[in-house]
Design a protein around this ligand. Sequence first.
Ligand code: HPA
Length: 271
Amino acid sequence: MTQEQLNESVEYLKKRGFEIPEIGIVLGTGLGQLIDNIENPIEAHYNHIPHFPLATVEFHTGKLIYGTIEGKKAVVMQGRFHLYEGYDFVDITYPIRVMHQLGVQKLFVSNAAGAVNLNYKKGDIMLIEDHINLQGGSPLAFKNVSQFGNRFVDMSEPYDVSMRSKMEKIAEKEGISLQKGVYASVVGPQLETKAEYRMIKTLGADAVGMSTVPEVIVANHLRLPIVAVSVLTDECDPDNLEPVNIQEILDIAAQTEPKMIKLFTELIKEI
Ligand code: HPA
């Protein structure tokens, strides 16, 4: 990755009308309905944006959508890049750097995740307070990283405290029960074994998924405040583990998304 590449990606988007968005949003697997809330949308397919990672066949729908949400200019990533698709850490976080250079000042991130805290149920939403990186690498481990910011990025409070507390108040006001906890990221794409779920819980995680952490690390590198939520799609009880059903995971994500949309749009109003 070079600064010139970033400049070219950003120039392309500006020419298409992506004018200084304030909010960036990353939509997780099965979470696409939020785009119905975008007014005057302009789309850019990932495959058309210079230097964006080349999308895989199953991922041809991936696009950036620019428009207005609750009166604020926003850019939304419909679909993200995952390590399990064969991309590397720098690839999957490239769009975060592009959104930042476009002008984004606050980042909203969502994902579908499994509940390892057994007090949490599928269909719950969990506000991410902290994370554990179990992906075995870093999006900042590249040679010229210091051209883009500090190498040794502070991670003592990676999720913005003020946006978190605003989201908690919104949830209370809207009657949405909002869990809170630690998200552990794994590479995937295979789901976890019983022993792995036990380990992940023992390590201190409440939820596990295959994304988000690299994006959050890069957003911290860019000093971009983040709020992130997991939509809990399955219960990862090692003593009663049922075979994974991907269709059910997608269905639960879709059914739960309206609550997430409410939390996101109300928070956009407030900031
Ligand atoms: N593990 C990893 N990723 C996931 C899960 C899970 O149980 N559920 C949804 N995404």
